[in-house]
Design a protein around this ligand. Structure first.
Ligand SMILES: [Ca+2]
Ligand SMILES: [Ca+2]
Length: 493
């Protein structure tokens, strides 16, 4: 009997290795508030993101990908559980979806992988509100928790002075720390701990490893070396024609009525336009460098041929375009996001203009890894486009921001419907900056785009708050305060 034992043992080990080889690992990289200012997305002509560009060249870039909501909590909840915000009723920064009885047991993306033989690892910001396991919940969101990430080292006081709408502590940017040391930054720690996990994790199971970067979310603090990549003059600014909002409805303001993010007017008056844009670009390049550290660790560990890498951002960001900064809009600046897949099952060197949604990530990874499919998912698998960039796509990309406000993007058009019935239409091929609203001219296009408005359009769940707009009896209510018909649009208070 004794001499058979080593044989049995090696058989067991072989079958474990076999399982791991059949199931590719997942490296899941999230960037917070990263708009389409990524080199390979041909948006900002100066931005430097060599590592993300290299990843895109190794895989498939979705150049027409859009978030499901232009705000952290609803966007990330949607991506992680596979349901639209208009289905879940998660529209604001509150609540945490597990506190909503209807969604408390829904199987999230990492939970589904854990249930199918994966070890799951969390680093940094993946969900909006948790970076460690909530004590009250029985099912772990992740099995292993690493870096909490976040902003890291902060200056003793704000660098840019007092900002409107309450001088929010996050509304800040500039060079920090001032000694060129990146190692005190939360995102540096996210990359470091992800690299350690890649090096040291047990090899008997496939992994689902996340790295959630906080920058270029405000406060956009970066060290001087990243600022040095960008000129300190007006050439860094995006094009922002005067009066761009003259052809947009008043209800476009309702969904970002009062925000801590300063308006363009404040930036101009306080000479902060160039500083903000450079700070954002510097933060993007710094995060790109952290992405590169993790990609190198995958290569160094010899895992590149057996690891699917997906990189995404939860929504975009305005830096003065359409008179505002921040998110909370249904235009390109807020909805268009980087979305890249690379690794086994993904054709390399592809760039597709087919519409894609962050909601599609869940069913795509499930299919790529041959996991059991789940009935509740509202996204579509992107596998056809991962194999052939021109493969047909049956529906456009749909973004919502609070009940009744939707943006619908096809290969040719962006259609916007506001809660009061107002509409916008842009030809995104010939007018990628969405400057000319064609809603009054193209009635036929409007009609066909309207067909895609989701049939389910739920209002905010109980406990909703922070950036929630409701609309009853033709009265918009922003964060509990009615907006009067003649109220001046808040620009600078
Ligand atoms: Ca965000
Ligand atoms: Ca315009």
């Amino acid at each position: 009997m004794k001499r058979f034992f080593p044989y049995l043992l090696s058989l067991t080990l072989t079958s474990f290795a076999g399982t791991a080889a059949e199931k590719p690992n997942i490296l899941f990289i999230a960037i917070d508030d990263q708009n389409d200012w990524i080199g390979c997305m041909d948006s900002h002509p100066m931005v430097k993101t060599p590592n993300i560009d290299k990843l895109a060249a190794r895989g498939t870039l979705f150049a027409n990908a859009h978030c499901q909501a232009p705000l952290c909590n609803p966007s990330r909840t949607s991506l992680m559980i596979g349901l639209r915000p208009s289905t879940t009723g998660i529209h604001g920064l509150r609540p945490w979806f597990r506190d909503v009885p209807q969604w408390s047991d829904l199987v999230s993306l990492p939970q589904h992988f854990a249930a199918n033989g994966y070890q799951t690892y969390s680093n940094g910001k993946i969900y909006h509100s948790i970076r460690s396991q909530p004590k009250t919940e029985k099912n772990p969101e992740f099995q292993n928790w690493g870096s909490r990430g976040g902003v890291g080292s902060k200056p003793p006081q704000k660098l840019i002075g007092t900002t409107p709408f309450g001088n929010h502590r996050l509304m800040d940017w500039g060079v920090w720390p001032d000694n060129n040391d990146d190692s005190t930054k939360g995102d540096y720690d996210v990359a470091s701990q992800a690299v350690d996990m890649i090096k040291n994790m047990p090899k008997d199971k496939p992994f689902f490893l996340t790295a959630g970067f906080f920058l270029p979310h405000v406060p956009c603090y970066a060290t001087q070396k990243w600022f040095d990549l960008y000129p300190n003059d007006e050439s860094v600014l995006p094009p922002m024609p005067e009066g761009d909002r003259d052809d947009t409805p008043r209800s476009s303001w309702w969904i970002h009525w009062k925000l801590p993010e300063p308006r363009q007017k404040w930036l101009k008056e306080n000479d902060q336009q160039i500083n903000l844009v450079r700070s954002y670009l510097a933060s993007t390049s710094f995060v790109d460098d952290q992405v590169g550290r993790i990609l190198n660790a995958i290569d160094d560990a010899g895992l590149q041929d057996n690891t699917i890498i997906v990189l995404w951002s939860d929504h975009g960001y305005h830096l003065g375009e359409k008179s505002i900064t921040g998110k909370n809009t249904l235009w390109r600046n807020s909805t268009r996001v980087p979305l890249i897949f690379a690794g086994p099952g993904v054709k390399s060197g592809q760039k597709t203009k087919k519409p894609a949604e962050l909601l599609d990530i869940y069913p795509t990874l499930v299919e790529l890894c041959n996991l059991p499919s789940l009935d509740h998912l509202e996204g579509l698998s992107l596998n056809p486009q991962l194999k052939n960039a021109r493969a047909p796509r049956e529906r456009p990309a749909i973004t919502s921001h609070n009940q009744g406000n939707f943006s619908i993007v096809s290969e040719k058009w962006r259609y916007i419907h506001y809660v009061d019935g107002e509409e916008e239409l842009y030809d995104i091929v010939n007018d990628p900056n969405e400057w000319t609203n064609l809603a009054s001219e193209r009635k036929g296009v409007l009609k066909s785009m309207r067909e895609w408005l989701p049939k389910i359009d739920n209002g905010p769940v109980p406990g909703s708050g922070a950036r929630v707009l409701t609309y009853y009896d033709k009265t918009p209510v922003w964060e509990g305060e009615p907006i009067g018909e003649d109220d001046e649009i808040p620009h600078d208070r």
